[in-house]
Ligand binder design. Structure first.
Ligand SMILES: [Zn+2]
Length: 232
């Protein structure tokens, strides 16, 4: 049984990368198989967004009320987030040199790691950001030191999508994109993305305890089988 969104491992190192990892990325789309989407409905989306800290509990209550009053707006919010997620995935794949040792296209379907698809995805993200920016407000925090900040999410029904766009822009504009990795599909990994924050930049697996050790134990079994075959 698939995990609930609240048990989903957060391995991305940034909420925007964790967003990409709310969809199963490993299995190639064959025989009508649909990868599992942890953002299965608006309630799962709201729980996930609160869990990763993009909205506060009070804001989640406000969004929940707005979505109950207007199911169409709720659906639009979920659709927007799913589209943002796929657009970000396409852009990030294009930043990973030779994503998955050249097997990305075969494993992921057409368009993966493709600069034209990534360019189209950036246009989509820019449109979503300009919508979010139009709803954002400049706020003066009179703390010590005082600061003025751009607060996204003034419209409750679009607050979740707008905060997610803000997070996506943050990862694209302020992080070192040479640190974005993909858990290697061609070697039995899951295809999730993460920021490699290890000092020497050598992290390969999204979760060593999970993907890395599964692959290692399978290799060991294969080696033993080959050794037994060799001694016959
Ligand atoms: Zn993995």
């Amino acid at each position: 049984m698939p995990l609930d969104v609240c048990q989903l491992p957060l391995v991305g190192g940034h909420p925007a990368l964790d967003l990409v990892n709310t969809l199963e990325r490993g299995a190639p789309p064959v025989d009508g198989y649909q990868p599992h989407d942890f953002l299965s409905d608006t309630s799962a989306l709201l729980r996930w967004t609160t869990r990763v800290g993009l909205v506060s509990d009070a804001e989640a209550d406000r969004v929940g009320r707005a979505w109950r009053d207007d199911p169409g707006a709720a659906h639009a919010g979920l659709t927007a987030v799913r589209n943002i997620r796929e657009e970000l995935h396409l852009v990030l794949l294009a930043t990973i040199p030779d994503a998955d040792g050249g097997a990305a296209g075969a494993q992921g379907g057409p368009g993966w790691g493709d600069p034209i698809a990534a360019g189209a995805a950036l246009v989509g993200l820019q449109e979503r950001w300009s919508g979010a920016a139009a709803r954002a407000t400049l706020v003066l925090d009179r703390g010590d030191p005082p600061e003025v900040r751009l607060a996204y999410g003034s419209v409750a029904a679009m607050l979740v999508a707008d905060r997610i766009v803000e997070s996506v822009l943050d990862v694209l504009l302020t992080t070192d994109l040479t640190r974005v990795r993909r858990c290697p599909l061609a070697e039995g990994g899951c295809g999730w993305l993460f920021l490699d924050q290890s000092r020497n930049g050598s992290r390969r697996w999204c979760r060593m305890a999970d993907c890395g050790s599964t692959v290692k134990s399978r290799r060991l079994t294969e080696r033993r089988r080959a050794a037994r075959a060799g001694t016959r």
